[in-house]
Each structure stands twice: as C-alpha cells, then as structure tokens.
Design a protein around this ligand. Structure first.
Ligand code: PLP
Length: 404
C-alpha cells in the first residue's frame, strides 16, 4: 500500500479566509438590505494599466503567426524580461545583480513555497510573527517544523520572532540560531517595515552565523520612505546570504496574470555548492517557464508609460491607505502600517480578540477586515484592513467606523 506524506496531516486547517467568507455570507443572508464593504482580502481591484494591456495584445497577435509564434519559454525566463528586471530593479538602485541571477516564475507564492526544497530537512527556520502563512506551511509539508501546539498555535521546531507594537514591529535577532530566516518586508499583514540600517543588521547577522535570508519584497513598490531599502541587495554583504523574492501582483495588478521572480546571487554558497546552480536545476526541472504573453506584459511594467501608469495605480491605493489611517485615528484607534505598504494594522479596542472585533465590525459597520490572529499568535488583538478597495468604498467604510 502506498504511503502519503504524513506531514500534510499535521497542518492545521487554513480556516481564515473560509471562515471570513462563511460569516459574511451568513450575515448577508440574514441582512439582505445591508451593503457590505470588503477591506479584507489582499487582492487588487484596479484594472491592468493600458501600457501593459497593449503589450499583451501585441504578444497575443505574435502567437497567431508562425514567424512570431513562441512555444516553451526558456525555463529561467526570457532575456528581455530578465534584463529589464536587472536594469530597473537592481542596477538603478546600485545593486550589482546580473540577469543569470534572476529566475522568472509565475509568482511569489510558488517561489516562497518552493524555495525550502533546496535546504536540508534538519534546517531550523525563523519567521516573523505575524506573517504571510506560506513560509511556515511549506516547511510543515516538508517535515521541518516539529509538532504543533494548538493552544499556543506554534510549531516546536520553528523560531518565532514576534513583531508587535512592543518592539515597534521590528523583529529582534533570535536567541537560538536559525539556518533559514524568512523576512517579509514591507510586511504582510502588519504593513510595517524596517529601515535599511536595521536590515543591514540582519544581513550582518546572517553572514556571521551562516544563515540564509529568504527576503520577500512583494510590497516593494509601496515603499515611500527614503531610509527603507527596496532590495536586500542594497545592504553590504547581502549577496552571500540572501535570496530575494519579487512579485508583479501588487505593483502591477498581476494577481490574475501571474508573474514573479527570485534572485539567487552566484556568491550565495554552502561550502562549494552554489545555490544559484541548485535553484536553476530545480526551476528547470519543475517549471516550464512563465508564458511569453505574460513575460511581455512584465517587460511593459518597466516601459516609461508602464512606470508612469503604475506609479499612479500605487498612488491610488496609497491614498486609500492614508484615508484608512487618518479615518481610524480620528475614530480613536491605534494604527500601524499604511506608509510603506497597502496594509493598515490596528489594535482592537477594549482588549477585544481579533475575531470578536471582526464580528463587531461586520455587524455594526458592515465592514469586513481580517483578524490578525489568522497570521500568527502575535497577531491576536490586532486587525488588518487593506487599501486595495475603491476610494469611494474606503471613505464610506471610514465614515461608518467613525459613527460607531
Ligand atoms: N508574498 C507575500 C508577502 C504576499 O502577501 C503575497 C500575496 O498576497 C505573495 C507573496 C504572493 O504573491 P504572488 O501573487 O506573486 O504569488
């Protein structure tokens, strides 16, 4: 009889978004006259920018003619896209990254889940708490996390780095030495980030202890403050200790188009073994390339027109973020984030649990957000609102919350 990967049995159910959906539909069914405003899910709402649509149309037409048809894409990405990434995301910021260190993929979720495959089973991972759940869950599936304690919502073999208002959401260097450190900055869900000099401390630490940093910069486009690094490679020595994950989902609205990339520098080695070569082998074996049409769309993100249109789009969402931040502050809430990220993280009032506050907001303001406890134990007592809605809905939600 075959055997299954038992590690999957250890995964606690991922009830967060399904519980939210169930609660919202039950409320809607009981109160059909109420207009619900959804500021919960991290999906974008603005359409793909015209410069990108034009590039996609052109690529679609190319696919219809034998002379310009494209079959399998190169496993690691087309040069036109890898070169555009290097020029704009790295060289322009003074980072010495070359095209053969860039691996084009279908998005940061796949890469953030898959990257753990190239590390040994007995490596110890460290994660910020709260954080995007994929890092922990993908390591659970790989059997790297020990046993789960339902009371504390923690795994025995994971190092948790609490990020709360007590430490201003800046993860502290762990007491126990990790092998693989996941940093998601700017952070989902807290919407907070750290300065370049604070990030430099992490790079120095990783180099000192021989750890690797998996740096998820999916929200890089939302950084507005000058002292925040857009790439970990802006830090001295990062090429010997860090892998960077990027996404086109939040800067260009590609959540339904699907495109991302991972940077694995050639200097990143374990002894003599190059992680760049390992990831090239893994990617080439298990991934058959992002679609040509989508990679052309990605290239257009870096065109002059694309850049201008996306700056406006990110600006639109950040105007929402500002409205949420100001609206909640006016209503007496303590709020964090929303300056370098499209997420606002608020402290629930009167020591309410995250879920109690979810119910309270749904029932009294008909506004849907995300309970902080769904992102890790240190998220309890917090709540996430996203800036990805329309401006009108965002303002309406704030008015409702203010009149509570
Ligand atoms: N990383 C973080 C921190 C995210 O919040 C998300 C999506 O919400 C992703 C990665 C997934 O990005 P992609 O759409 O490129 O798979």
């Amino acid at each position: 009889m075959f055997k299954i990967n038992d590690n999957y049995q250890k995964l606690p159910g991922s009830y967060l978004f399904s519980t939210i959906a169930k609660k919202v539909s039950a409320y809607s069914a009981a109160n059909p006259d109420k207009q619900i405003i959804r500021l919960g899910i991290g999906d974008v709402t603005q359409p793909i920018a015209p410069a990108i649509i034009d590039a996609m149309h052109k690529a679609v037409d190319e696919m219809g003619h034998a002379e310009t048809f494209h079959g399998y894409a190169p496993d690691l990405g087309y040069d036109f896209l890898r070169n555009a990434i290097v020029a704009n995301d790295y060289k322009a910021r003074g980072c010495d990254i070359s095209a053969d260190e860039v691996f084009v993929s279908d998005g940061a979720k796949s890469d953030s889940g898959n990257i753990q495959e190239i590390f040994a089973q007995d490596n110890k991972i460290a994660v910020c708490d709260p954080v995007y759940p994929v890092y922990v869950d993908s390591n659970v599936m790989a059997g790297r996390t020990g046993t789960y304690d339902a009371d504390t919502q923690m795994w025995s073999d994971v190092i948790y780095m609490p990020c709360t208002s007590d430490n201003n959401f800046v993860p502290e260097l762990p007491k126990e030495t990790p092998d693989v450190i996941y940093l998601c900055l700017p952070n989902n869900p807290t919407g907070t980030t750290i300065t370049k000099s604070q990030l430099q401390e992490w790079v120095d630490y990783a180099n000192k202890v021989g750890a690797v940093i998996i740096y998820d910069a999916a929200y890089e486009a939302y950084i507005s403050e000058d002292d925040v690094a857009h790439s970990i490679y802006e830090c001295e020595g990062a090429k010997t200790c860090a892998i960077e994950l990027r996404s086109f989902s939040k800067n260009a609205g590609f959540t339904g188009v699907r495109l991302g990339f991972t940077v694995v520098p050639k200097e990143l080695k374990c002894g003599d073994v190059s992680l760049n070569a390992m990831w090239a082998r893994r990617h080439g074996t298990k991934f058959n390339g992002a679609p040509y049409i989508v990679q052309r769309a990605g290239e257009a993100v870096y065109s002059d027109a694309g850049k201008a249109q996306l700056k406006e789009q990110v600006g639109y969402y950040m105007k929402n973020a500002k409205a949420i931040k100001e609206g909640l502050t006016k209503a007496g809430y303590t709020v964090f984030g929303g300056v370098n990220a499209p997420y606002i993280w608020l402290k629930t009032p009167d020591q309410m649990s995250s879920w109690d506050f979810f119910d309270y907001l749904l029932e009294n303001a008909n506004v849907v957000g995300t309970p902080g406890s769904g992102f890790g134990p240190s998220g309890e007592g917090y709540f996430r609102l996203t800036a990805f809605g329309t401006y009108e809905n965002t303002l309406a939600a704030m008015e409702r919350i203010q009149t509570l």
